[in-house]
Design a protein around this ligand. Structure first.
Ligand code: F3S
Ligand code: F3S
Length: 100
C-alpha cells in the first residue's frame, strides 16, 4: 500500500483523489487516508501531491511511522467500504492525528 504522512495534515490538497483508479483515498477531518486493503499500489497518487505527503510503504521514513499506524487503526474500525466517493467523508480522524 501507499501511506499519506504528516505533510497532508491540515492541507488536504485532494489532488491525489483525482488520480486513484480504485477510489481508495478517504477524507478525514484533518487529512486523507489510503485504505491499505483497497490500494492496488498503482502509485498514481504519489507524484501529484504538491507537498509530497505520499509514500510507498517500504519507503516510509521512520518519523512517519505513526501515519502507518493511523491508517491501520482507522480502517480496522471502518473496514473496507469499497469506494471513498460513495462512502463520503469519514468526519473523523485516527486518534493519533486528531491529537496532533
Ligand atoms: Fe493530502 Fe497531498 Fe492528497 S496534501 S489530500 S496527500 S494531494
Ligand atoms: Fe490509489 Fe495511490 Fe493506491 S492512486 S491505488 S492510493 S497507490
Amino acid at each position: 500500500t501507499y501511506i499519506i504522512g504528516a505533510a497532508c495534515v491540515d492541507v488536504l490538497d485532494r489532488s491525489c483523489i483525482e488520480e486513484c483508479p480504485v477510489d481508495c483515498i478517504y477524507e478525514g477531518e484533518r487529512m486523507l487516508y489510503i485504505q491499505p486493503d483497497e490500494c492496488v499500489d498503482c502509485g498514481a497518487c504519489e507524484p501529484v501531491c504538491p507537498v509530497e505527503a505520499i509514500y510507498y510503504e517500504d519507503d516510509l521514513p521512520e518519523s512517519e511511522e505513526k501515519f502507518r499506524t493511523a491508517a491501520t487503526q482507522l480502517f480496522s474500525e471502518i473496514g473496507s467500504p469499497g469506494g471513498a466517493c460513495a462512502f463520503g467523508p469519514l468526519k473523523r480522524d485516527a486518534a493519533v492525528v486528531a491529537s496532533l
